[in-house]
Design a protein around this ligand. Structure first.
Ligand code: GFB
Length: 323
């Protein structure tokens, strides 16, 4: 399939070792983009503006998919708010500003569905940005990501750059963080249920009430969506980039959600744990629902391909190898 990006273009993927970045690398390679610029944190400290500036001037990438971020689940966000704000603001500012100075043709900035208000109408449309109060458990992270969107938009307006911010729903997949405290809900539940099964326990304790709704996307599906968007022909890409009055923003999700209780039943079945699920209501629920409106994305010819149950089976296989 031919698109906008030349096969020899140099594509830089900050954060290429993480859940999202590694999936994006797999997808780029699958589509024949082999001129990839990859630097580990030891080789390139993205918090250091001078290091990033020198690197970008030396390498002059054609395209960037910005995946580097400090991320974590509800408790991690709540426990390290300063780090979540500082590291995300700093990394994205260094990358977006130096991409502009280096003349990068297109940049995708990855955010998160938590940028939308806590009590946003459902499903949440791109136009709902900045229309209400944020969920307190992840406000620092959300505000940093909103800063990134505003930066892309402002640079497009002032300097004529072509940066697009994409907002994925909750993600999971190979290479996830399975830490019991700091992970997101799917890797956390896989780990907890696996331990409970291995230790022949008759119950497992999960957080909150189980009543919030969440939408999930497998990381390989997200990666396909990102490369699809970056590679759009100019007339399509311009529909979302280059407007004074419309933020360059596209939601990425599957368009369906379920309660955390329903999710827990799926994980329980996949892992093969047959005990009871108990709910620790002293732990936060977070936002009650955050289902993305994905009509913009779907109008561009993209659809997810991995069901939640199949994705969780793949994630459990990954956990068993990684543990
Ligand atoms: O994935 P999660 O940590 O983050 O939690 P958010 C989702 C829901 O699962 C919450 C419940 O209602 C949790 O209370 N939950 C139940 C658990 N058991 C567990 C468990 O063992 N581990 C975890 N982690 N949750 C994050 C934001 O919000 O979503 C980030 O904090 C980011 O900023 C990310 O936006 C996508 O969906 O609530």
């Amino acid at each position: 399939m031919s698109g906008f990006i030349d096969k020899n273009s140099k594509i830089y993927v900050p954060g290429h070792t993480g859940l999202v970045g590694s999936a994006i690398i797999r997808e780029l390679q699958r589509r024949g983009f082999d001129n990839l610029l990859l630097k580990s944190i030891d080789e390139l400290d993205l918090l250091d503006s001078k290091v990033v500036a020198d690197f970008m001037q030396r390498e002059k990438p054609d395209f960037i998919i910005q995946c580097a971020a400090k991320v974590g689940g509800i408790i991690a966000n709540n426990t390290y708010p300063g780090q979540f704000f500082y590291e995300n603001m700093r990394i994205q500012t260094n990358i977006i500003h130096n991409a502009y100075l280096a003349g990068v043709k297109r940049l995708l900035f990855l955010g998160s569905s938590c940028i939308y208000p806590k009590h946003c109408p459902q499903p949440m449309k791109e136009e709902h940005l900045l229309t209400g109060e944020l969920e307190p458990t992840n406000r620092p992270y959300a505000l940093a990501k909103i800063g990134g969107i505003e930066m892309c938009w402002s640079y497009n307006r002032q300097y004529g750059t072509r940066y697009l911010a994409v907002m994925p729903t909750n993600l999971y997949g190979p290479g996830d963080n399975y830490d019991l405290q700091n992970s997101h809900v799917i890797p956390g539940l896989i780990h907890k249920m696996h331990l409970a099964k291995s230790e022949n326990r008759d119950s497992v304790e999960l957080w909150g009430t189980g009543s919030p709704y969440r939408e999930f996307l497998y990381s390989d599906d997200l990666a396909r969506a990102c490369v699809h968007l970056l590679d759009l022909e100019d007339d399509m890409y311009s529909k979302f980039v280059g407007h004074e009055d419309i933020a360059p923003l596209i939601n990425i999700g599957c368009g369906e959600d379920q309660t955390i209780k329903e999710l827990a039943e799926i994980v329980k079945e996949v892992v093969g744990f047959d005990g009871e699920i108990k709910w620790d209501t002293s732990k936060p629920d977070g936002t009650p629902r955050k289902l993305l409106d994905v009509s913009r994305l779907f109008s561009l010819g993209w659809k997810p391909s991995i069901s939640l149950k199949d994705g969780i089976k793949l994630a459990y296989e990954d956990f068993l190898i990684a543990k």
